[in-house]
Design a protein around this ligand. Structure first.
Ligand SMILES: Cc1cc2nc3c(=O)[nH]c(=O)nc-3n(C[C@H](O)[C@H](O)[C@H](O)COP(=O)(O)O)c2cc1C
Length: 179
């Protein structure tokens, strides 16, 4: 029998939701907003995929999600995907994200995927806009800026979308091999 998969996502400006919906279509399963998690019976599913965003070098909502999940099964989702403004070429930053946020057990046993997405100032919360303004001001006033600083300054100056359906392929491949 095919495993019953559930995708739970936390999305503030829509990128993670978009990826969750794309994955749900490909995997023929349901994607549910974390806000509505109480309406689903988690114990009915064999595989739980959690999708969220990178937020100031942390994985948004992961700590809380571990606790929620623990009430039903295990302590970690079966698959994790994280969206962000970094491109997939920024291997060091992505690696740091995993090392700083995943436990040793999760690093070894929780399949985790980074999905490039972008930034959307139009849908961003007030607090997030303030945080981005702070980062922009810090970069602007920084002395001896590196090439990376200049690139980041330019990149965060306006909304952009680098999301693509192709980035879900590694997750699809992983699931189809995990039988
Ligand atoms: C305050 C703030 C901090 C962010 N920090 C990071 C980060 O550390 N790394 C990254 O790649 N993207 C970062 N981003 C970009 C978001 O992760 C990206 O826009 C994400 O796809 C948003 O997902 P959502 O649309 O589902 O909310 C940040 C965005 C904001 C607003």
């Amino acid at each position: 029998m095919k495993p019953k998969i559930l995708i739970i996502y936390k999305s503030s400006t829509g990128f993670t939701q978009k990826y969750a919906v794309l994955l749900a279509k490909r995997l023929n399963c349901t994607a549910v907003d974390l806000k509505h998690i109480k309406s689903v019976s988690l114990s009915d599913f064999d595989t739980i995929i959690f999708g969220t965003r990178a937020h100031a070098n942390s994985i948004d909502g992961l700590k809380k999600f571990r606790k929620t999940l623990h009430r039903y099964r295990g302590t970690r989702p079966d698959i994790l995907f994280v969206t962000g403004a970094a491109s997939d070429a920024e291997k060091e930053a992505i690696d740091r994200l995993w090392k700083n946020n995943l436990t040793i057990d999760e690093l070894a046993h929780l399949p985790h995927f980074y999905l490039p997405a972008g930034l959307c100032y139009e849908k961003m919360s007030f607090t997030d806009k303030i945080m981005m303004k702070g980062l922009a001001a810090m970069l602007k006033s920084k002395k001896d800026k590196t090439k990376k600083d200049f690139e980041l300054e330019k990149r965060i100056s306006s909304s952009f979308d680098i999301s693509s359906e192709k980035y879900i392929e590694p997750i699809i491949t992983y699931i189809s091999q995990d039988k």
